[in-house]
Design a protein around this ligand. Sequence first.
Ligand code: GLN
Length: 319
Amino acid sequence: MYFTYERPEFDRNDPLEIRRVVGEAYANALEAAKGGRCADYIPELAKADEGEFGICFADMNGERIEFGDVEKRFSIQSISKVINLAACLKFLGFRETFSHVGTEPTGDAFNSILKLDTVSDLPFNPMINAGAIQVASMLSNIMDFDELLGFAREFCMDGDIVLNEKVYASESETGDRNRAIVYLLKSKGVLQGDPDKTLDLYFRMCSLNVNARTLSNMGLMIANNGQNVKTGKHLLHPGYVRTIKSLMFTCGMYDESGEYGVTVGIPSKSGVGGGIVGAVPGRYGIGTYGPSLNKKGNSAGGIAALTHISHLLKLNVFE
Ligand code: GLN
């Protein structure tokens, strides 16, 4: 648990001060990363360099402050759950989407099967594996991977996103827990698509290669209520984006979401590839990359950096 600390007052809108704060956050992150470990349950992820860290902090004009490994590509993993939910809302609507997946946090690990088997037939929310697999089952009926990839590129304002074939192969080979989830959903009669097609789409989306800059763009898209800050194009209805932000806030950081909500207070989503996306409504998009994870599976450096930035720039949404 991090605690608020006092600093002499400074102008929080001064670009130089913001740069100083983001630089401090980067230094804190490098230190914090030493206490974590990269994911190894997907063998390909175990090859990451735990010492790497990158942060990209973007404002609504698209101006960026960057430190460290911001161009390094890594797999998006669970952050793809946000893209899948966005696509589901856009193409199937609110009512249909939430007829098949809930909106409650679980307090359990992201890949837990416990409550799905014992408490509820529908997955609790779209930010855990069970819920994201359910969302993928809906999407698998209306679009193929290439179409969803096209949407992901637009949503993240990054035309260079491609599939990381090695991570995809590694996930498919070792994803037995996700297979258990898809068949549990099928056995309950709630799965919306074919299990194999569903899982393939889910694994592929987890294996998209992004970097910290991509994630900051995604944060900007969400912070700007679904409107591209550069072209002005509306990609998503603001009401859908409000729903996405709410679910990121309550469920986006696995079973650390509550503590993160108190200490950081920024709608965010993490992935076991080491990424975190943060969306400060109306103000900033933040992307971090640090594959050294804490015990909950969140990037140790990313949490340290976002905590520092949120406290110093007063970015908690309830500030
Ligand atoms: N592909 C990973 C899985 O399904 C994603 C998990 C994550 O990033 N938390 O297990």
